[in-house]
Design a protein around this ligand. Structure first.
Ligand code: NAD
Ligand code: MG
Ligand code: MG
Ligand code: MG
Ligand code: MG
Length: 344
């Protein structure tokens, strides 16, 4: 159960699927995670109902996959475990519809902590509130299950009304294949705050700004946009692949000594103390709820700022240059066309 890290990691032997034996699981939503959880649970012998609106375009897909489909309200009323897998921004309104279907001892199950952590959903005290969050997009959760490999995931218990919340969550994790690969225990707070910080400061926001800043610096200095694109964006994948396989060390080992010395001696001139202070400020806004409040209001107002920011990003010259250059690499993309979008 424990490995060399100071964190609990759970595997198949730690999970008892009999906790779901007499249970019906309602999977609300049939998108990236929903289709994978529903089919994996069904294949694991769990009784599953998919909850979708009458006019949902996902109904056909779920039925074609051999699953029973009902409205979210009907699915929740028949289930003891309600797995909330509609988009995070939609969850509060779907929850409002199904809340009265939650009975004492039921489980409200999530794959991300935003709405619970920031109180956008406030469940009754007599239900378990748990999270099993696969660390992969849904199509891999499904593919890994079918291939027998499984997908690593996170487990958290926010509310343990029955005294069995963790055991039930582990059974759910087993049902979708996560305990085959390992499930790491965390909290709703830690999962939510690290997820938001990571995507804002490093993975999505940080890296996009780093790429654009590098591109602009080269182009403003008179270098060709094509060269700037290759150096600052295209090669990013090669570098990240090395880090993914073997950490920073594998990357430093694989690049030339010149690149290694240049990177080691100049990188912290770019990501300097000021950039680190800015990261701390981004983290503060995540921790004190300022970001969450802003994002909830933004959605209520029909996303005016979001729409503007998206358009500005699309208008950056690097996107035009990239479109032309990527056409030259069309052959390389074929094997990845199956890939769906990755939600962070
Ligand atoms: P998604 O956008 O892929 O799918 C959502 C599904 O919800 C849609 O396919 C549809 O069936 C339904 N839906 C959409 N709009 C709706 C509406 N207005 N009312 C009712 N139903 C609606 O969502 P997702 O990416 O699978 O995310 C689900 C949850 O999983 C989120 O909490 C997310 O944070 C979490 N998560 C996602 C990933 C990922 O890689 N996609 C990874 C880990 C956790
Ligand atoms: Mg019920
Ligand atoms: Mg180079
Ligand atoms: Mg080297
Ligand atoms: Mg995220």
């Amino acid at each position: 159960m424990t490995d060399e890290f100071n964190t609990e990691i759970y595997y198949d032997d730690d999970a008892d699927e009999s906790h779901l034996e007499t249970t019906t699981v309602a999977v609300l939503g049939y998108g990236s995670q929903g289709h994978a959880h529903a089919q994996n649970l069904d294949d694991s012998g769990v009784d599953v109902i998919v909850g979708l609106r009458e006019d949902s375009s996902s109904r056909d897909a779920a039925e074609a996959d051999g699953l029973e489909v009902a409205t979210p309200v009907e699915a929740a009323s028949r289930a003891e475990v309600v797995s909330v897998l509609v988009p995070d921004t939609v969850q509060p309104s779907v929850y409002a519809d199904i809340e009265s279907e939650l009975d004492a001892g039921d489980t409200l199950q999530f794959a991300h902590g935003f709405n619970i952590h920031y109180n956008q959903i406030q469940p009754p005290e007599d239900v378990d509130v748990t999270m099993i969050a696969p660390k992969s997009p849904g199509h891999l959760v499904r593919r890994n299950y079918e291939s027998g490999e499984g997908t690593p995931g996170l487990l958290a218990v926010y509310q343990d009304a029955t005294g069995d919340a963790k055991e039930r969550a582990l059974a759910y994790a087993k049902g979708i294949g996560c305990t085959r690969a390992g499930v790491v225990e965390t909290t709703f707070r830690e999962e939510t705050e690290t997820d938001l910080f990571g995507e804002q400061a490093v993975l999505c926001g940080g890296i996009a700004e780093l790429i654009k800043a590098g591109y602009d610096t080269l182009v403003d200095a008179g270098y060709s946009p094509e060269m700037a694109y290759f150096e600052c964006l295209n090669e990013m994948k090669l570098i990240v692949d090395l880090m993914y396989e073997g950490g920073l060390g594998a990357m430093w080992d694989s690049v030339s000594d010149t690149a290694e010395y240049g990177g080691l001696s100049r990188g912290d001139a770019v990501i300097d103390d000021h950039a680190r202070e800015n990261m701390e400020e981004v983290l503060r806004q995540v921790q004190d709820g300022e970001f969450a409040t802003e994002w909830v209001a933004e959605n209520q107002a029909n996303r005016p700022t979001y729409t503007q920011l998206r358009q500005a990003e699309k208008n950056h010259e690097i996107e035009d240059v990239g479109e032309r250059l990527r056409a030259l690499f069309a052959w390389a993309e074929e094997e990845e066309t199956e890939d769906e979008s990755v939600r962070m």
